[in-house]
Design a protein around this ligand. Structure first.
Ligand code: PGA
Length: 256
């Protein structure tokens, strides 16, 4: 078992309305109350509901963050949200490089890297999402793609900055599809990422960084997916919209 503190994130994507966001926040906080001491639990609501979620969470051991951010802290960027605005509302984290932005909106490694740096500059913890598409996997390029994405994200960061990053390995073919990587696939990918971090920094830093798995994690498969020694929790989409399912997944991440 790892000495890294497990991390489970709930990515709500663009679901719900204000009343539902508050209700889900309250239900999640109640359902994970006894788990949050042992696991970092973070929810990522849609931007318009961040403040309401922050109020509903006050004093509870669950944190919240943004699903994305602008690569700049302030300025003439119509429609964008600064990472410092997320921090201003009490958020402590931001997702960057989610596949729905890389592949759905054409975000390049460079754009993702600049968002990551903006998140760090706003003192947020950054969850860097990486993962190969089905076509890349079929072409035998999975390891190369993931390593390119990780390198681009960490390029030029010092060890203190690197420690504030959580990596989410999310094979694109497993997101929202009901198909998951096997526990062995997830463990192998995570071990390769950790090895890469070791070569970019050192073994101590590589051992400290959390690498979580995402892609169709459910209460029924979470424990086996999280059992790998290099798998430190998960980033959860669909199942994070049901408080009981999300809590069961958080429980599966607790150190045994
Ligand atoms: P999923 O989404 O759990 O619905 O597959 C995961 C994610 O997009 O982070």
């Amino acid at each position: 078992m790892t000495t890294r503190r497990p991390f489970v994130g709930g990515n709500w994507k663009m679901h719900g309305d204000l009343a539902r966001a508050v209700e889900l926040t309250e239900d999640v906080s109640a359902a994970v109350a006894s788990i949050a001491e042992a696991v970092d639990i973070e929810i990522y609501p849609p931007f318009p509901y961040l403040q309401a979620v922050g109020h509903a969470l006050r004093g509870v051991g669950v944190a919240f963050g943004g699903q994305d951010c602008c690569p700049h802290l302030e300025g003439a960027y119509t429609g964008q949200t600064s990472p410092s605005m997320i921090a201003d509302l009490g958020g402590n984290s931001v997702l960057v490089g989610h596949s729905e932005r890389r592949h759905g909106l054409g975000e390049t490694d460079d754009i993702v890297a600049s968002k990551l740096r903006a998140g760090l500059a706003a003192d947020l913890q950054v969850v860097l999402c990486v993962g190969e598409t089905q076509a890349e996997r079929d072409a035998g390029q999975a390891a190369e793609v993931v390593s390119r994405q990780v390198r681009a994200g960490f390029e030029g960061l010092d060890a203190a900055q690197a420690r504030r990053i959580v990596i989410a390995y999310e094979p694109v073919w497993a997101i929202g599809t009901g198909v998951t990587a096997t526990p062995a696939d997830a463990q192998n990918a995570h071990a390769s990422i950790r090895e890469l971090l070791g070569s970019m920094y050192d073994a101590e830093l590589a051992a400290a960084i959390r690498i979580i798995y995402g892609g169709s994690v459910k209460p029924g498969n979470a424990a086996e997916l999280f059992a790998g020694p290099d798998v430190d929790g998960g980033l959860i989409g669909g199942a994070s919209l049901k408080a009981d399912d999300f809590a069961a997944i958080c429980r599966a991440a607790m150190p045994s």
